[in-house]
Design a protein. Structure first.
Lengths: 440, 377
């Protein structure tokens, strides 16, 4: 570690008396007294005059970011290092009041997850770099370039907001306060999210338009109802602590390898549309058909469609089974349409599937559904009555395979057993038996 | 037909996640949005078991900022989103480009504009992803058409992101991402991609000094012993904010040159060419599949036709397309957006060719529509 954190002889890029200069010197002192190697600190700076501070610091890493996002970049640095790396990197964010408001979400989330990040909010009550416009932190009656008659809106109390967001360290200090560097050091030493709001003078604009001096700054805080000092400090697990305490899920969700176990020979692709009601396992049933196709050595695609909602309305799956590779995954003319509910039937009418059914299209429908006149064969069976809504789609597939002999039905049985166990297959066999009785 | 011993039924989205894990992705941050949520879900499940970590972000801006932070710390990073989320990420994509931070963003397109149709496909973001930077810097964009290609091109995206230290977009869509296909995972490449070139010299580190214009600067991680100065503002080689000096302008030029210099290596097209073809059907992503079907139907009806799938949309593989179009009277560009967005790019890049747009929006373009358009051409 070099002996000095601050660049020697660097002129401050700030107006005379600007609070940013006090804050930079206090941060420099805090970093000197921390006793941490310089490379374990990264200063993450926001946009505005405060973002010019990078060049003042000789030894820590510096990352100069976009407006308001500094806290989020810092959070990414902290999360990755604390979970995957040394766990010793401490990002220190330098942000203004304008940046704090545009990036409020980032502050709230960093506080909630207790990211190991220190945020120094340089609050000079306005936008200094762009000409002194008002911010969400401007006190009431404050004169700025955009509130020439005095600001009519009360200022945001960030300390309270972040305390409510479960921040584990919250402080507010005047830039001129000798305790500032010590509070910054405490904040950086704090394991987890820490925010220090530094109340400052903007001598470029604020002091010209308002009766504001170093001596009256405390009065501004008082009138805004701002408490000063370390306002809130608790110890709770950091984000990395929480990740480490949680067990890693043992198994992945994907369905596993389907071994080749049967064969099917198709002279042409078979395009199947399965339609029913969301929440009634239509896509699951279509997936079992697709897996069965895979187990017979076929190429398959399964394309699902549903409304924006997840558990209401229609659910449609389109499965293509083919001996050759599959190009277009939509279905121009279906070979088989299986429809097991009113929701499904309505959608097939709406999306044009039924209109595209030709003389060779087989329609397998629940007995309760009025499918109307269709050019091809229509087979009806009481799927819902016998199998129930949640098994109707699978029953329709099994029933159709029994009629068409396109894929060996025992391969479908194996897929069902693999996925849901032998009991599910016994139930399905029972359903198929009753369907065949019903057909007689 | 290949003999399949064991395959899995996997979606394009799941294959993006598996491709990222195989490539060496260590960090993911996401925010839910249909139709890309499955990638987010898969990375949350899988990354902790693959030496990585994934975190739920409070919004898309945070998600990408978290990824940039992780990548600055040295961890290959990815997020996934769809058009509305991509719009929020554009600010941070530009930051990654300017700071030369490797990043992969999977954009699973849906019907736009605005929130559009969450469960409907579309190919309307092709120019929104490419031309999202002030200054028009080339962002490599790769477009898979199948579940297998989702895996392969995610790996390619990581390769170029790390190789050139730049953001790279993997551009799929609802019908590619949420469609399941049989995939033989064993047959795929599992080797991690080559990581970014590390800074090794003992001397002073200039974070934006590159050995030559076609290469990015060597990388040092924030948090390592070598001090890093990163900035999204115009900067000199040391990372100091500077106004238009020659050095600053040279760095800005290199952001483009380093990508252009590797355009030939990035060019990735798949072709099925027929001697004597009068028409070349060019497409990408989901529409490329219907286009191949259409091409075969045209041939079956006695019209010689060729087909080309663009897998690397940007940089535009103009030379490869020109070669494939040799002798063709018409180049039909098939895509699921109304104006013919990529066709407009090819119009500019291949001015001597006669480009015909075959477009539709709100649904996948069926082979019959492509055949009909080609017959009129």
């Amino acid at each position: 570690m070099e002996s000095s954190v601050l660049v020697k002889d660097a002129p401050l890029p700030y107006c005379k008396g600007c609070g940013h200069g006090f804050a930079a010197r206090a941060l420099g002192e805090a970093l000197e007294t921390l006793g941490r190697p310089a490379h374990e600190i990264v200063l993450v700076t926001d946009i505005g005059c405060v973002g010019l501070a990078d060049s003042l610091f000789a030894t820590p890493h510096t990352v100069h970011t976009t407006h308001g996002r500094s806290t989020a970049f810092a959070t990414g640095l902290a999360l990755s290092d604390s979970v995957l790396g040394s766990g010793r990197l401490k990002p220190v964010v330098l942000i203004g009041d304008g940046g704090a408001m545009i990036g409020l979400n980032h502050l709230v989330h960093a506080a909630l997850i207790n990211a190991d990040v220190t945020v120094l909010v340089h609050n000079n009550f306005l936008f200094g770099m762009t000409g002194g416009q008002n911010s969400a932190f401007s006190p009431e009656a404050f004169v700025t370039a955009t509130t020439p008659g005095g600001n009519a809106v009360p200022p945001l109390d960030l300390a309270q907001l972040l305390t409510a967001s479960r921040a584990s360290f919250v402080a507010r200090v005047l830039a001129s306060d000798r305790a500032l560097s010590d509070v910054i050091r405490q904040a950086i030493d704090h394991p987890g999210f820490a925010m220090v709001e530094i109340l400052e003078l903007c001598t470029g604009f604020a002091t010209k338009w308002n009766a504001l001096t170093g001596a009256t700054l405390r009065g501004v805080a008082d009138r805004a109802g701002y408490a000063l000092g370390v306002l809130h400090e608790v110890r709770r697990p950091t984000y990395a602590d929480s990740v480490r305490s949680r067990a890693i899920a043992a198994s992945s969700r994907h369905r596993g390898i389907v071994e080749r176990a049967g064969s099917a020979s198709l002279t042409a692709p078979v395009r199947v549309v399965l339609a029913g009601t969301a929440g009634e396992r239509v896509q699951t049933a279509a997936g079992l058909l697709a897996v069965t196709g895979l187990s017979c050595g076929l190429e398959v695609t399964q394309k699902n469609d549903y409304p924006v909602t997840q558990g209401t309305g229609f659910s449609v799956s389109e499965v293509i089974l083919s001996s050759a590779s599959i190009g277009f995954t939509g279905i121009e003319q279906p070979d088989v349409v299986l429809v097991v509910s009113d929701d499904g039937l309505r959608e097939l009418r709406r999306n044009g599937t039924l209109a595209r059914a030709g003389a060779t299209t087989l329609v397998v429908a629940d007995s309760t559904l009025a499918v109307g006149d269709l050019p091809g064969t229509v087979v009806r069976a009481p799927f819902r009555q016998i199998a129930g809504g949640k098994q109707a789609a699978l029953a329709a597939i099994a029933h159709w395979l029994g009629l068409s002999l396109l894929l060996p039905r025992e391969r479908l049985a194996a897929s069902v057993t693999d996925r849901f166990g032998a009991e599910a297959m016994t139930t399905l066999s029972d359903v198929l038996g009753r369907l065949s009785d019903a057909a007689m | 037909m290949p003999t399949h011993s064991g395959r899995e039924l996997l979606s394009g989205n799941r294959m993006v996640a598996l491709g990222a894990l195989s490539a060496g992705c260590r960090f993911f941050s996401g925010y839910p949005i249909t139709p890309s949520s499955e990638i987010y879900q898969a990375m949350i499940e899988e990354l902790p078991r693959h030496h990585g970590t994934a975190i739920a972000a409070p919004d898309e801006i945070s998600a990408l900022c978290y990824c940039v932070g992780a990548s600055l710390a040295g961890y290959p990073a990815m997020t996934a989103t769809s058009g509305p989320g991509w719009c929020l990420m554009i600010e941070t994509v530009q930051y990654a480009l300017m700071t030369e931070t490797p990043l992969v963003i999977a954009v699973v397109q849906r019907l736009g504009p605005s929130t559009g149709g969450a469960t409907q496909g579309g190919q309307g973001d092709v120019l929104l992803t490419e031309f999202c930077t002030s200054g028009g810097y080339t962002i490599p964009v790769f477009a898979p058409a199948t579940a297998r290609e989702c895996y392969e091109l995610t790996r390619v995206a990581f390769h170029w992101a790390e190789r050139l230290r730049t953001p790279v977009v993997l551009l799929s869509d609802k019908e590619v991402g949420m469609t399941y296909e049989g995939v033989d995972l064993e047959a795929l490449d599992h080797a991690p991609v080559t990581p970014r070139v590390a800074h090794r010299d003992a001397g002073r580190y200039l974070p934006y000094a590159s050995p030559c214009d076609s290469e990015p600067p060597p990388f040092a991680a924030v948090g390592g012993e070598t001090r890093v100065v990163a900035t999204g503002s115009a900067h000199d080689q040391a990372g100091n904010l500077r106004k238009n000096s020659r050095e600053v302008l040279d760095i800005l030029a290199r952001l483009q040159t380093k990508v252009e210099a590797h355009a030939g290596e990035m060019a990735d097209v798949v072709t099925d060419l027929q001697p004597g073809a009068e028409i070349l059907i060019v497409s990408y992503g989901v529409s490329a599949r219907a286009s191949l079907d259409a091409c075969r139907r045209l041939r079956a009806s006695g019209r010689p036709a060729s087909w080309l799938q663009v897998r690397s949309l940007f940089p535009v593989p103009a030379a490869a397309i020109r070669t494939a179009a040799n002798g063709c009277r018409v180049v039909a560009v098939v895509e699921e957006n109304l104006p013919g967005l990529y066709a407009s790019v090819l119009d500019g890049a291949l001015r001597d060719l006669s480009i015909r747009r075959v477009t539709r929006t709100g649904e996948m373009i069926p082979p019959s529509a492509i055949v009909a358009a080609c017959e009129e051409a």
